[in-house]
Design a protein around this ligand. Structure first.
Ligand SMILES: Nc1ncnc2c1ncn2[C@@H]1O[C@H](COP(=O)(O)OP(=O)(O)OP(=O)(O)O)[C@@H](O)[C@H]1O
Length: 224
């Protein structure tokens, strides 16, 4: 359960979030909205990457600002720019690094890394330099390295921006099969059209909060 309570935030004196209060308990939640409407800022508060100027954010009852480390163990954050997330020289090592926290056995780590790479269509690239992957392959690697650790909550910021149609569809299926709570920020409206709940943001506020059908229809109207 994620709870935003009376959130306000400004960057350099410019307000970007205004009095946002929300309880997110559904399994799959989409957040859409115009560029600059505050989606990423709000999502980054879920794992303490941004601390709100006013109000509180809690995850399973833990105040994020005061318990960043504990919260981050349970919240996997997938950045829109995969270069921010890829650390190790090879593709397999990058996944293995993510696994060190939850799997102490080296051989088991390797097996799990290879299995997840196979699942994400990167099996043939396991020993390739991670930085030489294409943009979309890097995005898949960044996703795989978070999903493999099975965090309780996954926050994905524009996860399909670099993906081709086949991989976007594959990701949609991966998301459909996840047991974890998922919060996805996206401009790809098809990605969230079967989610449980969709929020539409405008100028730092949540202006629509509904099922995907009515919420996306309203958003399309707003953007036309
Ligand atoms: N670290 C920062 N320093 C200064 N301003 C920032 C910072 N991060 C975000 N902003 C500003 O806050 C506003 C909201 O940005 P945010 O990234 O939350 O929007 P968004 O809805 O995710 O946009 P997009 O769809 O373009 O990714 C923007 O005007 C942005 O310039």
């Amino acid at each position: 359960m994620i709870e935003f309570s009376g959130i306000g935030h400004a960057f350099d004196g410019r307000t970007v979030l205004r009095d946002v209060s929300l309880t997110l308990g559904e399994r799959r939640i989409g957040i859409v909205g115009a560029n600059g409407s505050g989606k990423s800022t709000l999502a980054r508060m879920i794992n303490g990457l941004v601390v709100p100027d006013s109000g509180t954010v809690t995850v399973d009852g833990l105040d994020v600002a005061r318990n960043k480390r504990a919260v981050r163990r349970n919240v996997g954050f997938i950045f829109s720019d995969p270069d921010r997330q890829i650390i190790m020289p090879t593709v397999r090592e990058d996944i293995e690094l993510s696994l060190t926290r939850i799997e102490s056995d080296k051989v088991a780590r390797r097996e799990r890394a290879l299995a997840v790479l196979e699942r994400f269509g990167l099996g043939d690239h396991a020993d390739h330099p991670a930085q030489r992957l294409s943009g979309g392959q890097k995005q898949l690697l960044a996703l795989a390295s978070i999903l493999v650790t099975e965090p309780k909550v996954i926050v994905a910021d524009e996860p399909t921006t670099l993906l081709d149609l086949r991989n976007s569809r594959m990701l949609r299926q991966v998301f459909a099969g996840l047991d974890e709570q998922l919060v996805v920020l996206t401009h790809d409206l098809d990605l969230v059209d079967d989610f449980d709940r969709v929020l539409v943001m405008e100028e730092g506020r949540v202006v629509v909060d509904d099922g995907p059908g009515p919420a996306l229809a309203r958003y399309r109207e707003m953007m036309s």
